[in-house]
Ligand binder design. Sequence first.
Ligand SMILES: [Zn+2]
Length: 485
Amino acid sequence: MPLPRIVAALLTATVVTASPALATDELPDLGEAARAELSPQLERRIGERILNEIRLREPSYVDDPELSDYLNHLGGRLVAASANPTADCYFFLIRDSTVNAFAMFGGFIGVNTGTLLTAQSESELAAVLAHEISHVLQSHLARQIQREKQSSVATMIAMAVGVLAARSNSQVATAAIASAQAGSIQAQLAYSRDFEREADRVGFQTLSQAGFDVRGMADFFGRLQQAGRVYENSAPVYMRSHPLTVERMSDMQNRAQSAPYRQVAGSLDFHLVRAKLRAQMGTPQEGISEFGRQLREKKYASEVAVRYGLSYSLLRAKDVAGAQREFDALAALKPSSPLLAGLAAAIRIADNDPGGAAAIYRDALQRYPQSTALTYGYAEALLTAKQYEQARLFLDAQLQLHTSDYKLHGLSARTFSATGKRLQQHRAQAEFYLLQGQLGPAVEQLQFAQQAGDGSFFEQSAVDARLRELRRLQVEEAKQKRTGL
Ligand SMILES: [Zn+2]
């Protein structure tokens, strides 16, 4: 069962600390999940709600657009090569050194950073994602619930969301996960062998179709198995939810052997993302000496990535000149990646040159117009450089394309705030909250917008209409809560 580990852990946390304060009426309305069949729309809503809670309350959630862009690009490539190329899948990262990946309701797939660092090639990482995508495409979660003909999993998810909402103390979760109880819940939530076999088979086809090295799957799972034997605690989370049997391993190996040999070079971004994750671990000084050593000993898969990691670590250590120097050495190798543009711009910002950073982002966006990291970075740089009119025009154009991107609305609110446009500021802030599932704060912002008194008649009417709409939603939610529907 791909129930997110953090959710499972928080669920355990209530079992352990059994707080009487957590009354039933505090639980979110997911009552219908417990009895009705799960429609795709309902699955999506549950998934969105859990992800919103994770984003808001889980400190290990990785809010890094560069890492998220990479993971979604890789995942998107796999989905496009799958049997259902238009399927909705969204990938997010959890900062945790253990290997884990989990598919939630609605195509939301969480991946631990430990998985990226353990994978020895991009094909190995792609194999893990392809396996999770297959669990989503085959609706294994919903089928498992229906097969068991009981509502326990849905009830557990509802409870887990409530727990996540009720507490933000992840220490409790971390402690709980180490307990035996976390283990028993995980074991209880394991996928059936049939589903594992199916995810392996479908995942293998996807991996092959997408042009990756199909040996990645057997290689990665083999390494996990080894790790599980040697270190008691390094791999078991993933192994428990996706039981790895001798039969599964030999199936994977047989499939890989009968496939034509294919040498696949990992993308530069794969190496850069790993270098960034490494550089963020420990102290900046540790990063500087580790990347410096790799460079001296010439022990690396990608020189650009090692120099990137060194420059990033120097920047973390506030050695701006050193970071720039290492970046220039890297740039001489003529690599191209949105992550490199991001670092170059971050160095400019640290050097009090936001205008220079904005210019770097603008150029990079020509090459990588889809990059959300560059998009946010450009808007931020314009704001820091006090180029408010530019920022507003840019954000307006972006919002036309990506209406439901809460970060764009947040940046928009900051732009209006900086130029003293109060109605517009609160209106944008309302959308920022609403898109993260926070209806109450959204309504409050619209009330502020109503009182701002600096809007045109047209803007004022738009605020009134939006407020009426959200209030209707509030009434509906309250009704649902009462009737449990
Ligand atoms: Zn699995």
